[in-house]
Each structure stands twice: as C-alpha cells, then as structure tokens.
Design a protein around this ligand. Structure first.
Ligand SMILES: [Zn+2]
Length: 483
C-alpha cells in the first residue's frame, strides 16, 4: 500500500518518534500518490506502525525521542462533539497529560512538529465538511472559485529553506491590461526596478477601482482566445543562506580587511574577506557572500594571537551539508592558499549566533603591540613609569584620518594596562590592553592634540608609531575547536 522500502524504515521511525505526523512522514519520503493522503489519519498511523513492526521482529531499532511536543490536539470528535471546534474555526488545544502513549487507540494526537497540525486534523473529512458548510451558509452565488491556503510564517522556519519557483509570463500582458492603465493611470506608476508597470499588485488594484461598465466596454466577456501560449519565463531555485564563522590572523601590513576601492579604482589586489570567502564560495557553491567581523584593523596592522572572530553569510548555496572533517579540509584549503592570512575554528553557525559576535563590542578588551619612535633619546628609566599606569582615561576626538567617514565627536576610552619593552635610544615596544574602539595610533602620536593624554605628552617628547599588531580580540565566539 505504501511505496516505502527497507531504507525508509529508520527514517520513518525517527520522524514518528520526534513527533512528525504520518502525512508529513509520507511527503518527506516522497510518496506522491494523492489517494494515500486522503485516507484517514488513524489508518495512516496504523499502517506506518505496522510497517515498522515488521522490522522489529528481525531487529530492534533504538531511536531517542528528541524534544517531544507537549501539546496535543484531538483528532476526532469525541462525546464533547462539535465543541472541539470553536466559533472561529480554530481547534481547541488540550495540554498533554502523558507523552508515553502514541498508540493509534489514543484519541489525543501529538501536534506535528513540522506542519503544526495542518496535515492532521485539517486534512480529515470533518474539517473539509466544516469548510463546505461555511461556504454554503454564506450563501454566495458563484460559478468558480479559488481555494487559497495561508500558512503560519514559522512553517518556513521549520521546513526546508530550499525553494523552487516557476515564473509564468504571457506575451499579451501589456496589450490586454492596457485599458486598465488608461482607466486608472494612478495605479501604474513606473518603478526603477520593474520592467513593466503591469505588476500583479497594480493590476489587482486597478481592477478594484475600475467601474463595471468601463470594464465591460474594454474587455470581452467571456474572454477571447489568446494568440499565444504562456511562457515559463524562469525556473528559479533558491536555498536559505548558510553561515560560517571562525577567527583569522592577518600577517601582512599591506592587506585591507575588505576590498579597498576608491572612486571605482582598486588600490590593493586582495583583502582578508576575499582570501577567505573565495574558497567558501567555491565549497558551498554560493551566489554571493556577506562578511562581518568583530571590529577591524587598518591595512598596515597585523592581527596575531588567536585571531579576530568573523562570520560569512553564504547566499543561495548549492551545497549546505559539511561534516566537521570537511570543514577542517576547507580551512586547510584556505590556509594553504595564502601566507598573508590564516584561519582557525572554522565552523557552521546559525544566523542568530552571529549576534553574539557583535553584542557588547564596546565592552570587550583588545590587546595590541606597538613599535614606537621618539625624537629625543630615551633611556629605559624614562619609559618604565608607563608600566605602573592603570585604567588611564583618554579623550579621543574623531581622528583626522577617519573624519571623512565618521562624525566628529569626543569619545572616552580606557587604556587598562601598558607594558614597555626598551629597544634603543629612539625605539621601544609598548604592549597595551585597551577598551575596544580605542584608536591606538592616535594614542601614540596624539593626532595634533586631538587625543589627550597621549604617549608623546606622557613622555614629553614627539612620539610616532611605526608598527601596530593586534595581539588578541577578547570575544569568546565562535567556540574554539580542537584543531
Ligand atoms: Zn505534519
């Protein structure tokens, strides 16, 4: 009776155990025959259980029940009768008393974890009868009708994100709808991204507005035979986005984080985001990507230590399933392809999890290492006092170098600790632990007095920064992997 085979057994078992209804089980196993779906729920459930029993004789399957749904709906009218359905047509939900018994004899049925019950009670004869009664009692005159079903939005969350859409077009659309534009010019305003003004919405709006006699004057009833056949204009496939996160190190002082393009002209040939995403795009066979990260570094700044957290959204991927092993290989491919960057902890994440990378960014700390030059000679003793300064408050006016893209403001930032390392009379290295968002270069040279205090003012000399490295970005996401 079912076209289910041996290999379907473990899947049917798993789906039933997790609370999927028989009709959803059948459609997931690609059972195409309509007649099967018309059979009552009870029979379908009984048959599926029979199907599973046949196997249990040979060998016992063990499947864990994952998160059983806690609500049940009544599948059949009991002595309470029509009261099960309230006046809005919504089903009364009955809290579950025990989750053990899923036997067909039990009249309370788990709400399907996929279709939310639409393919359970609402596909039974009783509900169909109720719809018919409603239509009959409304007492409309009609010759044909459209039956439309509107589903709760979270069904798209619960179901596959893969979508196939077929777009039909007809060569006579313009010609046939033209009279509407004459009658209701307001409804057909040209839009930038629309090829034609005759969009579905515009046509419906105009049909609502146009007077009956005007309509009949311009449009024959019954409609004339079209000259041409409809064209299947496009068959589109679209998959829900996949998100990948990890941490990157940047070892080059000549590599921007994102493509550096000024007035349409490319300044440097590559970027961190391109070096990483190029391989992810190929692996996931995606159309495009969106890169985000926990802060960013300047083109001449290296990012060392554990690296900087990043996430990439892969848009419309063809491939979506990767094992931990395959992700490791992908990471290796990225790492083998360039010595300018390295990636670690590469993993699949959810869209929601990416929020964790961005939240509380201002509160996070970062550690840096700066190579500093001074105009007047220094001795070790001259810089030793820097090590004793704790929680130093800075007032930073928006740096001159970013003033063209950031609003002018004075921001208060904190240097938590500093540690100096003397090199020679004009050079020393400074390790700093700071509040995220502190402009380190400006803290060193002072930005013409726009950052106060600064290393120059503290040392009473002119100071400049020669090299800067990010030594750590203290964001504990994504989780570290042991690779
Ligand atoms: Zn279902």
């Amino acid at each position: 009776m079912f076209s289910l085979t041996e290999k379907d057994r473990p899947i049917v078992q798993l789906l039933l155990n997790t609370g999927t209804c028989p009709r959803c089980v059948l459609r997931f196993r690609c059972v195409g025959s309509q007649t099967i779906y018309r059979r009552p729920y009870r029979d379908l459930m009984k048959d599926l259980e029979e199907f599973l029993k046949n196997q249990e004789k040979e060998d016992t399957v063990c499947c864990d029940v994952v998160d059983p749904p806690c609500k049940r709906i009544r599948l059949e009218h009991t002595e309470e009768g029509p009261d099960d359905v309230n006046h809005n047509g919504a089903l009364q939900q009955i809290p579950s008393v025990n989750d053990e018994n899923t036997a067909v004899e039990n009249s309370a049925v788990k709400v399907c974890n996929v279709c939310l019950g639409i393919l359970q009670e609402f596909c039974e004869a009783d509900f169909v009868k109720m719809v018919c009664q409603k239509v009959n009692s409304a007492d409309y005159q009609f010759t044909s009708f459209v039956f439309s079903v509107s589903l709760p939005p979270q069904l798209s969350v619960r179901e596959s994100l893969f979508e196939v859409s077929v777009v039909f077009a007809h060569p006579e659309t313009e010609e046939e709808c033209h009279f509407l534009a004459t009658a209701c010019p307001d409804c057909f305003k040209p839009a930038k991204n629309k090829q034609s003004v005759f969009t579905r919405m515009a046509v419906i709006k105009a049909l609502e507005k146009i007077k009956e006699e005007d309509f009949l004057k311009h449009f024959p009833c019954p409609p004339s035979s079209p000259k041409d056949l409809c064209i299947a204009l496009d068959i589109q496939c679209n998959n829900g986005a996949v998100f990948v996160a990890g941490r990157y190190n940047k070892y080059s002082r000549n590599l921007p984080q994102t493509p550096w393009i000024i007035d349409g002209e490319r300044k440097l040939e590559s970027s961190v985001e391109e070096l990483i995403s190029e391989h992810l795009m190929a692996g996931f066979k995606a159309d495009s990507f969106n890169f985000s990260s926990s802060g960013r570094e300047d083109v001449d700044v290296r990012t060392l230590g554990n690296g900087r957290p990043f996430a990439i959204e892969l848009v419309n991927p063809r491939r979506i399933r990767f094992t931990a092993e395959e992700m490791k290989e992908l990471q290796q491919t990225i790492n083998n392809s360039s010595d300018k960057i390295q990636v670690r902890d590469l993993q699949l994440v959810t869209r929601e999890a990416i929020g964790r990378m961005k939240e509380g960014e201002e509160e996070k700390t970062k550690t840096y290492s700066a190579l500093i030059w001074t105009d007047k000679a220094i001795q070790k003793e001259d810089i030793a006092f820097l090590d004793d300064i704790k929680e130093l408050k800075l007032d930073q006016k928006t740096p001159l170098r970013v003033l063209h893209r950031r609003p002018l403001a004075v921001r208060c930032r904190i240097i938590h600790t500093m540690k100096s390392e003397y090199i020679d009379e004009h050079h020393f290295r400074l390790h700093l632990k700071t509040q995220a968002g502190t402009y380190i270069k400006e803290f060193v040279h002072g930005d013409f007095g726009r950052t106060k205090p600064n290393i120059g003012s503290l040392l009473n000399r002119t100071a400049d920064i020669l090299e800067l490295d990010v030594e750590s970005v203290d964001v504990d996401w994504p989780p570290a992997l042991d690779n």
